[in-house]
Design a protein around this ligand. Sequence first.
Ligand code: GDP
Length: 584
Amino acid sequence: MLKRFKNGPDDDPEKLSDFDSHGVLRDTYSICELNSMRLMGVFVVCLMVLSVLFSVSLVLRGPPSNGVSEVPEARVFEVKSSEVLAQVTFCCFFTFLKFIASEEDASMSVGLPKDKLLGGLLSAGFDERSCLSRHQSVMYHKELSDKPSSYLISRLRKYESLLIQCGPYSESYNRTLEQLKSGNYNRPSDCNYVVWISFSGLGNRILTLASAFLYALLTNRVLLVDPGVDMADLFCEPFPEISWFLPPDFPLKNQFSDFNQEYPQCYGKMLKDNTAINSTGSMVPSYVYLHLVHDYGDHDKLFFCDDDQSFLKKVPWLIMKTDNYFVPSLFLIPSFEQELSNLFPKKETVFHFLGRYLFHPTNRIWGLVIRYYQAYLAKADERIGIQIRVFDTGTGPFQHVLDQILACTLKEDLLPDINRKQDIARSSGKHKSKAVLMTSLSSGYFERIRDMYWEHPTVTGEVVGIYQPSHEEFQQTENQMHSQKAWAEIYLLSLTDALVTSSWSTFGYVAQGLGGLKPWILYKPENQTAPEPPCRRAMSMEPCFHAPPFYDCKARRGIDTGALVPHVKHCEDMSWGLKLVDSY
Ligand code: GDP
């Protein structure tokens, strides 16, 4: 059975006609909206008919004398008119019910999702056609793994209002920008900003943007996104009305490539050189560069201390470069604790919710996603995603990686074994079909596994199809089509029912988080040998923070930050990394 349209029994993709030039399904909701309007129309007409009949009956009855009608005919008319009224009321009510039922049927027959706004996570104020994925993704994804808290929803709506007040070219923005141009300032500004610099691979960028957005939410700042070379081609605008992109005339834009640990306005360097005025000082810099890249030093890491947050609170412009999902360490900052717990009662939903709120593929990418899905994945009984990322040693294919993938998927019962002694499966009848979506820079793993299932029957009789959308051979930067394929593949992985990912890969983390999936993680091979065990199930769907600080800000000494609270633990795939989990 197709699982794609979860709310309707009739899942025939042929019924979903009406595609646009990218092959993207047009707005199916309009059907529902039309029915709602017709329903309202019928109801209003019924009410009008009722009131007219009622007035006519009153006029014909004339004024009662002594409370009793003198004319017998009038009494007959009164009886008749009340009968007619009862019949019309019944008809209206019946028609109303019929329309409700037919509307329900219509929504079922086109597989309309009940909750295109994801339980209030998404704002209703969008032109749906400008970004089809925002509302259509619910038809392809599993349901959200949990309900977003009402507090998170209200904070997101509040953030969207803040954007209207402080967004690019607003009065407050222009004023704060003047302060940036003039250097230091003493007066607190009504709008503060965090500027995210586009940096690193696509998976990293998605995770760091989510981290920067959460930080902006916690500190009441507006997040402005450096579009880099391809951000606008990849992602729809996530906020209604106001763009999240940094305006092209932003004064420091040309200096972003010079920002590093040695940059004079780098917060870590300012602390090291004692040039940052402490929180009791009167002069506050108009901007500070936050270096949160994996090579950052101890002074940069003080960003995760409360005292430093009190200082940074006063700086109107924070410019951030990072390649890390630093959310787990935000949970260890005491002043953010309560707010985070209100926003995310269930800790492992942070990226799942923020990701589904922020990252919507543009129509072009959405076309890549749904064409591939419909062609190769939709009809299978089960979809398995396998994401292969080989670090350090080139892309391969390597025999030990292939052995590891097979060992994991067979051991965990994700894929059936093959029968090498037989050419034809013995049992007849209809068997379950599995579609396996593989992603890798190399085509070698896919070809070997595809051939394996072509050349031999499975022991279970299951039918296994193996698919891989691209094999780009090596990682490329500033190549737009390369990033578009990568984003489409991440998204396709997130639409699977079960996922196998590679250790250390943010590409896989994004897929698992968007899909709400706890993947089986392939351990990182050492010395060109397949590890034993080959993989393990993730504790949570959250990404791993690869370079967290190990510092106790109060005691001013090193500490194991993975052992402080039950919901921040070391990662399965990186012993020094940190990730959010829900304690059991
Ligand atoms: P990470 O390096 O695995 O953490 O993931 P990133 O996404 O940050 O960087 C790797 C980049 O290499 C991706 O953004 C893609 O450009 C490319 N890449 C790696 N694996 C794949 C893959 O399976 N498919 C495609 N299309 N690109 C990939």
